[in-house]
Design a protein around this ligand. Structure first.
Ligand SMILES: Cc1cc2nc3c(=O)[nH]c(=O)nc-3n(C[C@H](O)[C@H](O)[C@H](O)COP(=O)(O)OP(=O)(O)OC[C@H]3O[C@@H](n4cnc5c(N)ncnc54)[C@H](O)[C@@H]3O)c2cc1C
Length: 154
């Protein structure tokens, strides 16, 4: 089976909508990689993340906003011969995005971003937000400079 790289935008968005978590790769001040799982929201080609107000990742991202983000779904083991280890593999659909993190400070921008995060998981976005919580939460967006999508086994 050969992996297929897909450029079709609607297929890419279909995969993103099916993913539960994304893994955000960053680079610290020593040039070392630091990767974390995040919940996310997505709309119109833009990825949204949120976080508490402090932590190692925020120190890294404020210093170096470059990120490479990957997510995958439709994981399915397969094999050609049950007792032959190298005939086993995993089907998947995955998306990779590269870009820079931007921190959102405007409260309306934060609400829009958080509503996309909520929509990813609950399929609705008409939620209310308290002002203190909104002020406290860190919200980020990534407008990808490159989005790649790969299918394997589908
Ligand atoms: C499914 C899932 C979804 C998540 N969604 C979000 C989200 O939307 N927003 C968010 O802010 N966080 C989310 N998290 C938690 C996130 O992955 C980080 O653990 C958290 O944000 C703290 O990161 P930090 O760099 O600020 O940690 P700090 O508290 O500053 O980290 C201290 C040290 O803890 C270790 N560490 C940090 N995170 C992890 C980890 N996940 N696993 C193992 N060791 C770790 C590292 O060695 C790090 O140097 C999610 C985690 C999971 C598993």
């Amino acid at each position: 089976m050969k992996a297929r790289v897909i450029t079709d935008k609607s297929l890419t968005e279909e995969i993103i909508k099916a993913c539960e978590v994304c893994f955000v790769g960053m680079v610290d001040e020593h040039g070392m990689p630091y990767t974390l799982p995040f919940n996310f929201g997505y709309a119109d080609g833009i990825l949204y993340l949120h976080s508490g107000p402090v932590g190692h990742k925020l120190n890294i991202l404020r210093n170096n906003p470059n990120v490479c983000i990957v997510m995958s779904t439709a994981h399915q083991m397969y094999h050609q011969s049950e007792l032959v280890a190298c005939s086993y593999g995993m089907k998947y659909k995955s998306v990779m995005m590269r870009g820079k993190v931007e921190f959102l400070e405007d409260l309306e921008d934060k609400v829009l971003a958080l509503s996309k995060v909520m929509q990813q998981y609950t399929k609705r976005e008409d939620y209310r937000y308290s002002q203190p919580a909104l002020k406290n939460v860190t919200v980020m967006r990534i407008v990808p400079t490159q989005t790649d999508c790969k299918y394997f086994g589908y």
